[in-house]
Ligand binder design. Structure first.
Ligand SMILES: [Zn+2]
Length: 260
């Protein structure tokens, strides 16, 4: 069926909302139908407060859009899910905002990918039901496993999966108990010898290697009881930063090679 460009329905997760001019909002949303897009909500800060109330960050909404310009305009909104319990826990809220930011940064504009919409919806639903148990433990240096699982899944969907069981360099499975290293340049865990080819290789403990592999194999809904320590968290964080700053990192690498 041909799509009428003047009038479209979209299922969206609202990633961010910024005031624009006197009365408008510019929303960045991830839609099932069109990928990441920016849409305009007009007059909502004055006259149309009801519409504004339905267009909160993190909400899952069904919207109608008018116009085919750069920023189509929201004409009506119905709420699919508010994930209300996320807002009752500061930790859960912080993680939810972080996830929205990560999706914003790792996805190109207007590239359709329904799996990202579905992953984010599952993640927020799970965060909503676990919100009371989401904790960062300063003392034990542990991280919410659902956050790490979300990051691994998102990275895989956007085409930058982190290897957790097979060496990212030679492709051979890393045996249980074998010394393991991690390199963002390589793309995940590596044999210690294979790691010598990369500038950022670091050894990881057997426990961390095991945690990453198990996390990778479980579904998002089944990871609540797993443990992710500081080292595993750091590996995934480094990989995310590496991806976001890839060009800069490659330059640093070249510079380093030149000096050696
Ligand atoms: Zn290897």
């Amino acid at each position: 069926m041909a799509r009428n460009p003047k009038y479209q329905k979209a299922h969206c997760l609202i990633l961010s909302r910024k005031p624009l001019r006197e009365a408008d909002f510019l929303l960045t949303v991830f839609s099932r139908e069109q990928g990441k897009i920016r849409v305009l909500a007009r007059g909502v800060r004055k006259a149309n407060a009801k519409l504004a109330g339905r267009l909160q960050q993190l909400y899952n909404v069904e919207i109608y859009l008018a116009g085919s310009s750069l920023w189509p305009t929201v004409t009506s909104v119905s709420i699919i899910n508010k994930y209300p319990k996320i807002r009752q826990s500061l930790s859960a809220l912080a993680i939810a905002f972080y996830a929205a930011e990560l999706v914003t940064k790792l996805t190109p504009d207007a590239e359709i990918n329904a799996r990202i919409y579905e992953l984010l919806d599952r993640f927020y639903s799970e965060l909503n039901s676990q919100s009371k148990n989401i904790e960062f433990s300063e003392k034990d240096r542990t991280w919410p496993p659902i956050l790490e699982k979300f990051r691994l899944d998102l990275l895989r969907i956007v085409g930058h999966g982190v290897t957790t069981r097979f060496c990212a360099h030679c492709g051979v499975k890393i045996a249980a108990g074998e010394a393991t290293a991690f390199s963002s340049f390589a793309g995940g865990v590596v044999h210690t010898d294979c790691g010598k080819h990369f500038p950022d290789t670091r050894l990881v403990s057997e426990i961390t290697a095991g945690q990453l592999a198990i996390l990778d194999q479980q579904a998002l809904e089944d990871v609540a009881d797993l443990t992710v320590g500081e080292e595993g968290h750091r590996c995934i964080s480094d990989f995310v930063v590496f991806l976001l700053e890839r060009d800069v990192q490659s330059e640093r690498f070249m510079e380093k090679m030149r000096q050696e």
